[in-house]
Design a protein around this ligand. Structure first.
Ligand SMILES: Nc1ncnc2c1ncn2[C@@H]1O[C@H](COP(=O)(O)OP(=O)(O)OP(=O)(O)O)[C@@H](O)[C@H]1O
Length: 657
């Protein structure tokens, strides 16, 4: 199972806003998601043992040289040189083992983290719209980038140091016990309280590091937003205010880092202090244990004695205790950073996706898709209900225009139809199948949304259009453009299909971007097309092309257009008028107009603005559906309990009821 799939299968775990896991749970879940980290771990650990043992050979060799080769007044040069040569060989072997271990760790951790990063990225693209909205984009970027980097830093440096240090501690303790258990107890008695103190500090640091990772995410978010919105910031003269926001985010991150690291600052000096103190005590007690008076006493039988070589070795071995404590700042720092980063990536991976892979494999019949809604309600977590008990049937192939004031729920309705959101209650059926039961591929292949401002990626026009159908040829792209009547327009661009669109399509006009976005959607040949009309006016020539392209594209598929221009509603088979989350009117344009209700007033208002000389009429009219005065004219009872107006039912309309 891939990392993403395994994450999906356990999509019941806490979401992005959930309580963070503890250390053990994070590591356990992390290893589940990135099993590559554990691959070949036995060999890596063996190499670590060799590397750790190799470093400990020096004090052992010192003891042997002193006690066996030098003590007694007559140095045994052969023994000394053999011991030194053997120690050198072991140290060399340890060096090679250490190199091998590092190599394996780097390879395994990079493979694991690349997989984790890719899985996190894939998962972000499968989250429902709500999770994406809740989590700020920069924060998501930080989860995929800097949080994973934090894990990588630890697994490749701090983790190795920690592994070797722990092994050396264990081996050193064993050797020290062998030489003199009372001295070992003395050393442990001095170091254990420090270890506990550091453990307590580590707990506080763990909590602090979660805040650090969160603040780093927020900081990246602000920075990303200000870079993307640089032009708006400059044009509105908001540079200073925005700079203050960025500065505040940077300062907050710095303060959290400082607060987090403060408890660890003592650990270095504590390591020095306890290391020095225990060396002094070991020397004093060791010398006492070597005196003749002690050897003659009854205590000797209990505590044993110590040779000069053993005492010297002891002093060296103590460094294996003090060094990790001195390094604790760095290691704990990296470890906590990594654990906090890991936790955040896991939270992301455990966030339920819009529709799990294991959903039923429903498949609407081929061709245009019928849309049905039964008792659909929706509420965003942060606010009141925005859609109320929507019931609707749009027969396959029908063209529907959705109109209504700003905030009336049109986009939310569109998001429910494309599964960017899941309805709080009720059923959304596409071709008779619950939308939640459709496989992701099926949904994306058959249902397409063209948003108001079609996002373009840096690259050529061809690249942006072909994106919707991987592996498509130039001929296919040209075919689709031809079908939309846009071939002439594309060929008229400076480099035709190879024209660069710039970052986010900035090198094209808003209208041209829409044309490319439309062609991209047409590549999918959708059976249900959701169009969010642009509110911004485009020049008449582009507008005419857009309309022509839309007309051709919508032939043969069910189309739901969020109509910001009522010209679209005029030609639709069915107009749905939204008001505060309810469909208050539905019918054909002419019938609604004749009924003299909300739609009629919207239309009147539109016509009035459209007739202003030089107004937006030339582009199909202004986005009157947002005109505030409409509300002022609305009947009072509608303000409290909007009810749907029935209009002369047409054949198709009957169908919709
Ligand atoms: N992510 C969200 N979280 C909380 N509330 C939201 C969210 N998105 C939309 N809303 C609220 O839901 C209501 C309906 O919004 P929606 O975007 O569907 O309206 P709309 O009719 O499409 O508006 P517009 O024409 O301006 O695009 C509004 O009150 C809006 O504030």
């Amino acid at each position: 199972m891939t990392a993403a799939a395994s994450a999906t299968a356990t999509a019941t775990a806490p979401g992005l806003a959930a309580e963070p896991r503890g250390l053990v749970a994070t590591v356990r879940r992390g290893l589940e998601i990135t099993p590559e980290l554990g691959h070949g771990i036995a060999v890596t650990l063996l190499l670590a043992v060799i590397a750790a043992t190799g470093r400990i050979v020096t004090p052992v060799a010192i003891r042997y040289t002193v006690d066996e080769g030098i003590a007694g007044g007559r140095p045994d040069l052969a023994l000394v040189s053999t011991t030194v040569a053997a120690a050198f060989a072991v140290v060399l072997a340890a060096g090679v083992a250490s190199w091998g271990m590092n190599r394996r760790l780097v390879t395994a951790s990079e493979a694991a983290l690349a997989g984790l990063r890719a899985a996190a990225f894939r998962h972000v693209h499968r989250l429902d719209g709500l999770s994406l909205d809740r989590e700020r984009r920069g924060s998501l970027v930080s989860r995929v980038t800097s949080d994973v980097d934090a894990i990588s830093n630890f697994t490749q440096s701090g983790g190795v140091t920690l592994l070797i240090s722990v092994l050396q501690l264990v081996i050193a303790t064993g050797i020290m016990c062998w030489y003199s258990w009372p001295l070992t107890v003395l050393v442990l008695a001095l170091f254990l309280p420090v270890a506990f103190a550091i453990r307590a500090a580590q707990r506080r640091v763990a909590a602090g590091y979660r805040r650090v990772r969160r603040d780093v995410g927020a900081m990246l978010s602000v920075i990303a937003e200000t870079i993307v919105g640089a032009a708006v910031i400059r044009s509105t003269g908001a540079s200073d205010r925005i700079q203050e926001r960025v500065d505040a985010a940077i300062d907050r991150t710095r303060d959290t880092q400082v607060r987090t690291l403060r408890p660890l600052a003592v650990s270095f000096s504590l390591g020095e202090l306890v290391g020095g103190l225990s060396t002094a005590l070991v020397v004093v007690v060791g010398v006492l244990l070597s005196t003749d008076a002690y050897r003659d006493s009854a205590l000797h039988g209990w505590f044993g004695s110590l040779t000069v070589g053993e005492l010297l070795a002891f002093v060296f071995l103590i460094t294996f205790f003090s060094r990790p404590i001195q390094q604790a700042v760095e290691i704990i720092n990296e470890a906590q950073n990594a654990i906090a980063g890991w936790g955040r990536v896991l939270e992301l991976l455990d966030e339920p996706i819009a529709a799990p892979e294991f959903a039923a494999r429903a498949r609407p019949a081929p061709g245009a898709i019928e849309v049905r809604l039964h008792g659909v309600r929706h509420r965003y977590p942060s606010g009141p209900r925005v859609l109320h008990d929507l019931d609707l049937r749009v027969p396959a192939g029908m063209h529907v225009a959705v109109v209504g004031e700003t905030g009336s729920g049109k986009s939310t309705f569109a998001k429910l139809l494309t599964r960017q959101l899941a309805a709080e209650k009720g059923h959304v059926l596409l071709g008779g199948a619950e939308i939640g039961d459709l496989r992701e591929e099926e949904l994306r292949r058959r249902v397409t949304i063209v948003p108001q401002d079609g996002f373009l990626f840096e690259g050529t026009v061809r690249h942006n259009i072909a994106l919707a159908r991987p592996g498509s040829t130039e001929a296919e792209v040209r075919d689709v453009l031809d079908g939309l009547g846009l071939l002439g327009w594309v060929d008229g661009l400076p480099d035709g299909l190879d024209t660069e669109v710039g970052q986010r399509g900035d090198s094209l006009s808003a209208g041209e971007r829409q044309l490319v976005a439309l062609a991209r959607a047409a590549m999918v040949r959708p059976d249900l097309l959701i169009l969010d009309e642009a509110t911004s006016a485009v020049d008449p020539a582009v507008d005419a092309r857009l309309r022509g392209a839309i007309d051709r594209m919508t032939a043969g598929c069910t189309t739901v257009t969020i109509a910001h221009r009522l010209a679209t509603a005029e030609t639709a088979d069915l107009v749905l008028v939204f008001d505060r989350g309810r469909i208050i009117e539905r019918g054909r344009h002419a019938d609604l107009l004749g009924a003299g209700g909300v739609y009629a007033r919207l239309h009147e208002s539109w016509r009035a603005v459209a007739q202003v000389p030089g107004g937006a009429a030339n582009t199909g009219g202004p986005p009157v559906v947002h005109a505030a005065p409409e509300r002022q004219h609305a009947p009072t009872e509608r303000q409290h309990a909007p009810t749907e107006r029935q209009h002369v039912p047409t054949e198709r309309q009957e169908d919709n009821r």
